[in-house]
Ligand binder design. Structure first.
Ligand code: FES
Ligand SMILES: [Fe+2]
Length: 383
């Protein structure tokens, strides 16, 4: 891995290569284009609607090739897309009942455990223990419109995976929508782009949203939560999405935004009995590509059938503004530029890198994680 470090002068800002903020390969790697992806978490492999019964689909998570499909009962499975015999992608095979048959020599594997169930060339009396052979299989669940796979730390079988992170819901009646979009950058750039408060007036300009002239001073209190941080509940400013959506009810509106490792941004907006809850996930596909998987649920305007298509339309436009910016950014990143993080607008990004490092350190040493935020901090920026 190329280290990116220029020790000479002391700049007035933090750069991605500065030791003050960053002192390990993980973060130095950001500047040089690489990035470390976090295993040991659930990731959305694809939208559940993409997976018709009996069809298998190929995808990748954290650079691992996956085949995702459904068994005869319609239950989703996720396996490593490679036969343990000679490595042919299992996605060329076929699913029968709860087993996937490899197209090369017909070995059959249980789609949920990966255990080998049949080797057609096996002769009774052969020493080979068929049931000791496993193809890679990952815990897999369907939730909130996505098929999720748990990607273990080492390529090992997981007996008991933690629960899938769910989209917070605040009542029984609501509408739900999902949007996904490819982001041609590393997970780190995807995440700091997602939490970045300063690009709004420039990237998300639109007559229906806001203009550059709407820039104003923002001041928010951030506090630590487990594996992340939260912007303390506040009233959104008049140019925010929450205000535009719920302002019509005339009651006080509160917003809470959280970031949680490895890649979740959760936002909850409440106005009396009305609520809007969203979750943005930056899903690492390879070290240089990720995907934005966005879900939202709300109980406002439930009876109006136009709300979902209208929100989806604007949601898509909004996300397209981010993706097209990141496509341009990716062109610049090819040249391995030196980058910087400034206070206060980029402080959440700095915390992200510190959290990730603290998490990796704690995993390595077995010690409790040292949270970078010790007490609530007020950040100020203009956006
Ligand atoms: S390569 Fe899969 S059975 Fe031989
Ligand atoms: Fe954005």
């Amino acid at each position: 891995m190329t280290k990116f470090y220029r020790p000479a002068r002391q700049p007035a800002y933090n750069t991605f290569g500065m030791t003050e903020m960053i002192n390990d390969d993980t973060n130095l790697a950001v500047a040089s284009g690489g990035t470390q992806m976090l295993f040991g978490f659930w990731y959305p492999a694809m939208a559940a609607s993409e997976l018709k019964s009996r069809a298998m689909k190929r995808t990748q998570l954290l650079g691992v090739p996956l085949v995702v499909g459904r068994d005869a009962q319609g239950r989703a499975f996720a396996m490593r897309d490679g036969c343990p015999h000679r490595g042919i992608p299992l996605s060329f095979g076929k699913v029968e009942g709860g087993e996937l048959e490899c197209p090369y020599h017909g070995w059959r594997f249980d789609v949920h455990s990966g255990q080998c169930k049949l080797i057609p060339s096996w002769v009774p009396g052969d020493k080979l223990k068929v049931d000791r052979i496993y193809a890679g299989a990952y815990p897999c669940e369907e939730a909130d419109g996505f098929i999720w796979a748990f990607m273990p730390e080492r390529d090992e079988r997981v007996e008991q995976a933690p629960p899938v992170p769910r989209l917070p819901l605040f009542g029984k009646r609501y509408r739900l929508a999902h949007l996904s979009a490819p982001l041609p950058v590393s997970i780190d750039h995807g995440i700091i782009g997602l939490m970045d408060p300063a690009h709004g007036p420039f990237v998300h300009q639109a007559w229906w949203w806001r203009t550059r002239r709407s820039i104003q001073l923002k001041e928010k209190v951030f506090e630590a939560i487990e594996n992340g941080f939260r912007i303390r509940s506040h009233s959104p400013s008049a140019n925010s999405a929450a205000y535009k959506l719920l302002g019509v009810y005339g009651k006080p509106i509160t917003t809470t935004i959280e970031f949680v490792l490895p890649n979740l941004r959760l936002e909850q907006i409440h106005c009396g009995d009305y609520w809007f809850s969203s979750r943005a996930i930056v899903t690492p596909i390879t070290s240089q590509e990720c995907r934005l998987d966005f879900s939202a649920a709300w109980n406002v305007f439930l009876t109006n059938p136009l709300v979902t298509p209208v929100l989806k339309f604007f949601g898509r436009r909004f996300i397209a503004q981010d993706t097209s910016t990141m496509e341009k950014q990716a062109l610049g990143l090819r040249n391995n530029p030196r980058l910087m993080l400034i206070d206060d607008a980029d402080r959440p990004a700095k915390w992200y890198f510190q959290l990730k490092q603290a998490f990796l350190d704690s995993r390595r040493t077995g010690q409790p994680m040292q949270h970078p935020i010790q007490e609530p901090v007020t950040l100020r920026w203009r956006s």
